[in-house]
Structure formats: C-alpha cells, structure tokens
Design a protein around this ligand. Structure first.
Ligand SMILES: [Zn+2]
Ligand SMILES: [Zn+2]
Length: 112
C-alpha cells in the first residue's frame, strides 16, 4: 500500500488518510483532527488531551493528583498541536525563541 509521511507527526499513513497542502507538505487526518481540538481548546473548550502520547485530559489529571495539569498548544507550519507537559518539552526551547515578545506566544502557552 502506498503511504505518505505526515509532515506533522512524521508517521506514515495510507494516502487516503492524508491531505497534500499547497506547500506540498502532507498532513494526516489525525493531525488535522487535533488541530481542530486545539482550536476548540483555545476557544475555551475543555482540552481533549495530548495528541502525542494519546492520553486523555481525564487520564492526565488523574495521574497527577494535586498538581495543575497543563496542556500546550504548539503551532507548526500553520497547524496546531495539543501536547502535555512531557511531550511538549523537546519543542519548548525552539518555540520560546520563535514567540519571543509576541502576543501569540503568551496565548499559545496558556494553561487550561
Ligand atoms: Zn500526522
Ligand atoms: Zn503527551
């Protein structure tokens, strides 16, 4: 079966699950769905969970009793990714540089 690598999650997906963008990048249905979930979250909806480790919001809160669970919205090439603190860690140094002094930076890293 022919597959294409998603430019966002880097996973190989069958062609019917991916969209080729004008930029010639490929995004899979999974990443697209999470992009909309991240948008809902920024719009004030309860977070869906982490798209990288696939833990639900409920699971994340239950596994860290007493602690404030944070989810992070990480934009990548125009699409948003929703990640837990553990999964976002490798991205943060890069993102901080990217957002330095921008209003979006403060919003992108807003807590739940
Ligand atoms: Zn993907
Ligand atoms: Zn995670």
């Amino acid at each position: 079966m022919e597959t294409a690598a998603c430019s966002w999650c880097t996973k190989h997906r069958p062609l019917w699950r991916v969209h080729r963008l004008a930029s010639n990048q490929v995004i899979c249905d999974y990443c697209l769905e999470w992009h909309y979930r991240a948008l809902d979250f920024l719009g004030g909806a309860p977070p869906a969970g982490c798209q990288v480790c696939e833990k639900s919001w409920q699971l994340l809160s239950d596994s860290t009793p007493g602690a404030v669970v944070r989810l992070y919205v990480v934009p990548k090439d125009g699409y948003l990714q929703l990640m837990c603190a553990a999964c976002v860690a490798p991205y943060l140094p890069k993102q901080k540089q990217l957002y330095k002094g921008t209003r979006f930076g403060a919003e992108a890293l807003k807590t739940s």
